[in-house]
Ligand binder design. Structure first.
Ligand code: ZN
Length: 416
């Protein structure tokens, strides 16, 4: 069943070296974001390997078991607007880029993987021309109808040439988390170079591997996230393709991200000191050494054992545990910590998630009111980075004698 959906990559996504070593094996899991509505519960949800490999030549870490993108993107059911705080982030993002690159009304911004057009809407209100590209047809259609022209297609060299003819060259091309989600980065990047004006800038944002390790946010590893970027291999990659990394900014999203600015070689911008600074930090952290990942794996498994040692006796004595937060990271945590059969339901604030069933295990996702109807003894906070707002909103649960289990970065129990 899984063979027609997966292929295994044999060479590094950035430098093409075949010298890849297994760095961080997590438990195989179902596709992290495939929360199913009731009418789709018959759909088979196989598990796929979730193993991170490190390239010994360039130091880039990556997934090599690829779920064919169609399976993920064409049916992509969640729009940007449903993501917590993302629209606000995009508003800030557009304003910062417009200021940093001094964009005006004649400048074209093209967003790849533009989703519902949230980011481009923010650029448009800052006065630039905009164009979106997104293969999720329904979402692209809705974005176009709402005033953000969006081409319902995968971004290829051919499409880049077509856009050049119809809209001219792009002054800015953005690709946010999509850049970490594409297997064939080289053709994508060459298509970006094709569409980019000679003095244009390509900007992408992704979670940052050094922070990812440091902050224990390992649950951001799931099949959709193919690339775990760090600055050194990224710089070498663009250099090989006739481009240059000119600046790197730290961004607080997703447990620690970076924003990279890239121009064509010999473009008009000077390379900022940030690039060398990041590379030096990565070297000091030993980010490109296998040993660092082995330590990380050990740290993760220590947390897993602590969680299981805590909850198994509770379950044995008849206590019930619900979960809070039904996102892609929940799936990774659920599988890797082997929580199957231990969680009775998952509460989530977002309507699109409510009344769905978790990937693979089919644990029901319910509105938060279910907490007070079903009265579980404990709530396991899958969305552990949002522990403070969740606990603040559910003081009543504590007042009733309930307890929260916070699994990461270190096991913590919150009670009245
Ligand atoms: Zn490599």
């Amino acid at each position: 069943m899984m063979s027609d959906l997966v292929y295994k990559r044999k060479i590094c996504r950035l430098c093409n070296s075949p010298d890849l070593v297994l760095a961080l094996p997590l438990k195989a899991s179902a596709l992290a974001d495939e929360f199913l509505p009731k009418e789709m519960l018959h759909k088979e949800q196989p598990t796929y390997p979730l193993d991170l490999f490190l390239c010994k030549k360039c130091g880039f870490s990556q997934l090599v078991d690829i779920v064919i993108p169609k399976a993920i993107y064409i049916d992509y059911m969640y729009e940007t607007v449903s993501s917590l705080g993302l629209v606000e982030h995009f508003k800030r993002y557009a304003k910062e880029i417009v200021t940093e690159l001094s964009l005006g009304k004649d400048d074209l911004v093209v967003d790849i993987g533009s989703n519902d057009g949230s980011l481009l809407r923010a650029f448009k209100s800052n006065g630039t021309k905009v164009l979106g590209v997104d293969p999720a047809r329904e979402i692209a259609k809705k974005a176009t109808e709402s005033g953000i022209e969006t081409l319902p297609d995968f971004f290829t060299l051919e499409l880049a040439q077509k856009i050049t003819q119809s809209h001219g060259k792009a002054n800015v091309i953005t690709a946010n988390n999509i850049y970490a989600n594409v297997d064939e980065l080289e053709p994508l990047t060459l298509a970006i170079r094709e569409l980019l004006a000679d003095d244009g800038v390509f900007v992408f944002e992704s979670f940052y591997t050094l922070e990812w390790i440091k902050n224990m946010v390992f649950d951001f590893m799931y099949h959709e996230h193919l690339s775990y970027f760090s600055v050194k291999p990224v710089q070498e990659f663009f250099d090989r393709l006739g481009m240059e990394l000119v600046d790197v900014w730290p961004i607080p999203t997703k447990g620690g991200s970076i924003r990279c600015f890239i121009q064509k070689k010999n473009g008009k911008r000077k390379i900022k000191p940030s690039v060398e600074k990041y590379i030096a930090d990565e070297k000091a952290f030993k980010l490109h050494d296998l040993e660092t990942y082995k330590k990380f794996e050990n740290e993760i498994n220590i947390r897993k054992q602590a969680v299981l040692d805590y909850i198994n006796p509770l379950l044995a004595s008849g206590k019930t545990i619900a979960g809070f937060g039904a996102s892609a990271t929940t799936t990774t945590l659920m599988y890797h910590f082997e929580l199957e059969g231990k969680i009775t339901f998952i509460a989530d604030d977002y309507k699109v998630k409510q009344n769905t069933f978790s990937p693979g295990h089919h644990i029901p996702v319910l509105p938060p009111e279910a907490i007070y109807e079903k009265n579980p003894d404990y709530i396991f906070i899958f969305a552990w980075r949002y522990t403070d707002p969740i606990v603040a909103k559910h003081q009543k649960f504590l007042d009733q004698g309930g307890k929260f289990i916070v699994p990461l970065p270190n096991l913590k129990i919150i009670e009245k």
